[in-house]
Design a protein around this ligand. Structure first.
Ligand SMILES: Cc1cc2nc3c(=O)[nH]c(=O)nc-3n(C[C@H](O)[C@H](O)[C@H](O)COP(=O)(O)OP(=O)(O)OC[C@H]3O[C@@H](n4cnc5c(N)ncnc54)[C@H](O)[C@@H]3O)c2cc1C
Ligand code: SF4
Ligand code: SF4
Length: 603
């Protein structure tokens, strides 16, 4: 006879966190049920680095300020953000956001829109707050910073917070470097930049604009007058594109157009413009020329797939009516009356990869094409001006040679940002400035900079954290863990450690762009990217997993079957007399902030 199979009850399925019970699972007292000696695993609260922070070159503590912002604790969010990154309002606008590439949310609906949130924080708080106060007592030491781009400003900011007196020498009439004279105002409005400069000045940093360091002997004087010097003069020499008659009138560097336009004196470039290049400078040049009323054609020798410029920027350029000629290389300027009036180009096809790994463009025989133009703008990269580097200092691959923390062969001279070899982005410049500020502080304290930088960085070789450095030198605890007796782990939280049962897949909130007609209208340098609405910002804040950090969501407290977790002010505590080591708390923590470890054995 067939045995009747007893039907199992339907499983309870929690489709979202809203389906979860609101009351403790254990209702009665468990005081009768002490653990005794049989537990072989025990839980402990841990704090790990979120993946976003580890992917940000300057170690921005994104999780911390997102959490505080979501709680409406704006001042604390600002404090947490500006500990590692001095300029949230700027970085929210111009950073390429490698943090978003690293964000664990990417795997469940899309990365958190950290850029838009950072801008929201910067704009909400930047103007209202008092200047950042130093962490440490005044050291009485004087530091000179040469160049007021992001590398120089970051070094100045962090050094000032460590109690040093900082003077910045800047060649241009206004501070900001490429933030002001490269990146156009429709991406980074000058009032945002001015506000940040005012904040630095209010911190006591002396900004001397229109004061270039003229040559190598001037450098010698500086290093004698100051305890340390940080060189961050960037890369401002436009490379030549290499076509015939490139030096003729009617041909100018795109960087020069950007610089003069930013200074409020755009040059006369006529109505029809050709831009040569495929990186972000080329796209910024083309979009700036378009805003000055020109018809613009961008000429690039490879295909769109190889173009280094950001996809979103290229798309915006196309929307604005910029024509892009791919697989086209310039060969000579057409000269009439001593001035370039057009450009002869050849079509190209892609051959074998070159040293950059990209396929080399090769000219196609008998494929000449001629373009008419009022001005040809070249934008094929920037070089370093090495004239202020004294001959006794080594130059490597066209830049000053540096070691740990950007230290040069002169013991009190440091360098960073675009002036040195490395990635050329704003966030990398900020990271370099911070590293050198720490290395300078170590030099002043007569401590080993290499060891300090290693111990202040995530996993010993990741982004350097000011929070860890000041904790080490000044004992100032800046960590953001909310749960008491948390074990800090030098480890990054990965997606597999997130309990996705507690999160629904959702798409990120995207910032809207201004209509093209408005972008090219009367106020043509108006900011293109609009801020998130308050509602969209709040929804986006809620998408963060808070990887590896306890948010006091109470899950562990609710689900512990033995009521062995006590809720305290600012966190939780396990009662080891009652914890059985079942691991429910650890499993139910949405963000991997509890781990199970073997029970210590005593003999
Ligand atoms: C057009 C353009 C657009 C870009 N867009 C982006 C972007 O969207 N996002 C991004 O991450 N990166 C972008 N970048 C790259 C980024 O701007 C740079 O990597 C970054 O600004 C480098 O910072 P820095 O401080 O090293 O140098 P800079 O920003 O170049 O600053 C150097 C400063 O030193 C000053 N200086 C030079 N010589 C002297 C001297 N002898 N004495 C005193 N001062 C001197 C200069 O005037 C300047 O102010 C862009 C670059 C360009 C050119
Ligand atoms: S989900 Fe939040 S904490 Fe986790 S990596 Fe993304 S932004 Fe950072
Ligand atoms: S379950 Fe919630 S309260 Fe408990 S450790 Fe994890 S985040 Fe914190």
């Amino acid at each position: 006879m067939k045995k009747e199979i007893k039907k199992l009850p339907e499983p309870i399925v929690f489709k979202s966190e809203r389906d979860m019970p609101h009351c403790p699972v254990s209702m009665a007292s468990m005081e009768w049920n002490e653990t005794g000696s049989w537990r072989y695993m025990r839980p402990r609260y841990v704090e790990r680095s979120p993946a976003c922070q580890n992917s940000c070159p300057t170690g921005n503590d994104i999780e911390a300020w997102i959490r505080l912002l979501a709680l409406g604790r704006l001042n604390e969010a600002w404090e947490a953000a500006t500990l590692e990154n001095p300029f949230p309002a700027i970085m929210g606008r111009v950073c390429f956001h490698p943090c978003m590439t690293g964000c664990n949310r990417r795997e469940l609906g899309g990365t958190v829109n950290i850029g838009a949130l950072e801008r929201a924080l910067g704009d909400a708080m930047g103007a209202k707050l008092p200047p950042a106060a130093p962490f440490l007592k005044p050291s009485g030491k004087k530091i000179a910073v040469v160049g007021s781009g992001p590398a120089g400003l970051a070094c100045a900011y962090h050094a000032a917070r460590m109690g040093h007196r900082v003077t910045v020498f800047e060649r241009a009439q206004k501070a900001g470097g490429m933030l002001r004279y490269g990146i156009p105002a429709y991406r980074l409005p000058h009032d945002v930049l001015d506000r940040e400069m005012e904040r630095l000045a209010a911190m006591g940093i002396e900004l001397h604009t229109g004061k270039p360091v003229a040559n190598a002997s001037h450098m010698q004087t500086l290093r004698q007058d100051y305890t340390a010097v940080f060189l961050a003069t960037g890369a401002h020499r436009a490379k030549t594109a290499g076509f015939e008659s490139e030096k003729s009138p009617g041909v100018m560097a795109g960087l020069e157009l950007l610089r003069q336009t930013a200074a409020g004196k755009p040059p006369q470039i006529g109505k029809s413009v050709l831009v040569i290049g495929g990186d972000d400078t080329a796209v910024d040049t083309a979009r700036t020329a378009r805003r000055l009323g020109c018809e613009v054609t961008l000429i690039y020798r490879r295909t769109r797939a190889e173009m280094p410029a950001f996809e979103s920027e290229v798309r915006a350029a196309e929307q604005e009516g910029i024509k892009i000629e791919y697989l086209m290389a310039p060969s000579r300027a057409v000269i009439k009356g001593g001035r370039a009036i057009g450009l002869e180009c050849v079509r190209t096809k892609l051959g074998a990869p070159d040293e950059s790994g990209r396929r080399r463009p090769e000219p196609v025989k008998d494929s000449e094409v001629a373009f008419e133009s009022d001005t040809i703008l070249t934008a094929v990269g920037e070089e370093i001006d090495t004239s202020i580097i004294p001959s006794s200092l080594a130059i490597e691959r066209g830049a000053i040679k540096t070691g740990v923390g950007g230290r040069t062969e002169w013991h009190n001279v440091f360098a960073g940002g675009d002036f040195t070899i490395g990635p050329r982005t704003v966030v990398d410049a900020l990271a370099a400035g911070k590293r050198s500020a720490i290395a300078i502080d170590c030099m002043i304290r007569e401590e080993d900079a290499a060891a300090a930088l290693e111990s202040a960085s995530i996993c010993g070789n990741g982004p350097v954290l000011m929070s860890r450095y000041i904790e080490k030198v000044a004992g100032i605890e800046r960590r953001v863990a909310t749960t008491s007796n948390t074990c800090i782990q030098d480890r990054v939280t990965v997606f597999g450690e997130i309990n996705t049962a507690y999160f629904t897949s959702s798409e990120p909130e995207c910032a809207q762009l201004r209509e093209v007609s408005e972008r090219l209208g009367k106020d043509s340098f108006i900011e293109v990217t609009l801020p998130l609405s308050d509602a969209a910002r709040d929804r986006e804040l809620r998408r963060c997993f808070h990887c590896g950090r306890c948010t006091e969501c109470d899950n562990c407290y609710i689900y512990c079957p033995d009521i062995a977790i006590a809720k305290k002010v600012g966190g939780f505590e396990f009662d080891m007399n009652f914890c059985k080591g079942c691991g429910v708390c650890s499993k139910e923590c949405p963000r991997s902030a509890i781990e199970m470890i073997p029970e210590p054995t005593e003999f």
